[in-house]
Design a protein around this ligand. Sequence first.
Ligand code: GLN
Length: 300
Amino acid sequence: MKKRMIGLLMAVVFGCSLLAGCGNGEAPKASEAVQSSEAQMTDEPEETTSTETMETGTEQGSEPESASEITDYKGSLEGVTLKVGTDTSFVPFCFPDENNVYTGFDIDLLQAFSEYLGFEYEIQPMDFTALLMSVQTNKLDMGMAGITITDQRKEVMDFATPYYDAGLQIFVKEDNEEITSIADLEGKKLALKEGTASVQYVSDNVKDCTVTTFPNIEEAYLEVQRGAADAVVYDAPNMLYYVSQNTDCGAKVVGELVDGCQYGIVLNQGSEYTEYINAALKQFREDGTYDTIYKKWFGQ
Ligand code: GLN
C-alpha cells in the first residue's frame, strides 16, 4: 500500500513531463470520439467520429470458451470486440492527448489486455455516471477509469481483481489556512464530482456541509478557484496533477490521504469476460507487464 501511495505522488512528477500540453482541463464531449484497438496498435492517432449507437449485449465475434476450461489465456478472446467505456478525463489513467487520442495508465493496460487475450476494443469516453450506468445496463462490456471498488457498485456490476491503490485528498485556495483536514470541512461549501466515491465519503464523514456536484472535476476545481466553494474532495493523483499543470490556479492540495481504496475494472454483472481479465492481470503481475506500465506513469 505504502509503495503505491508514493506512486501517487510520483504521478505528478512523471505525469507532468509525459502529459505536457494536456493541462488545459478540457476534454472532448462524450461520444465525440470512438477509439479502436487498431488505432492504438498502429500508433497512428487515428480518430473516427462514429455516430454508431450503442447496442445492448455483446454479440460480436465468436463466443469465448468457458474460462475455467482454459489453461493458456493467450489469444483466447480472438474474434471478440469489446466496448470499453472511459471517463472523459481522469489523469493520468485515461485522458485525451494533444491529438485527442486516449492515453494513460488504464489505456496502456487495456492495450496490453487486448494484445494478450487477442480481443479488439472500441473506446467510448463518457461522463462518469453514464459510464457506470452503461456498464450496469450492458451497453458497454467494460469500464476503465480509475474506478473505486465499493460494496454498493459490486451489487450491480462485476469488478476484476484490484489493480491500483489510491485515496482522497482536499483541494483548497492557496491562501486558505483554515482547512487542512477532513474535520475542517464541517459546515463548508464543497464541490464534488458527480457519482464518484468522494460523494459517498463526504456524506459519511462530513457534517453540515453544502455539496454541489459537477459531471467533470475541472468544473469543481474552478468553483474553488473562483471562491464559490471552499473545497473539493477527490482522488489524490488527479488533484495533484491538476495543481502541477495549472501552477497559476491559485489552489493547493492539503490533508492526509483518506479513504484508502482500490481501483478495479468494471464489467457486466456475471460477465464471461471477468475471468479473462483476472487471468491477464495475474499474468501481467508475474511477467512484469504491470510493473512496466506502472513505472511509465508513476515512476516506481
Ligand atoms: N475513483 C473515483 C470513483 O471511482 C473517481 C473516478 C473518476 O472520476 N473517474 O468514484
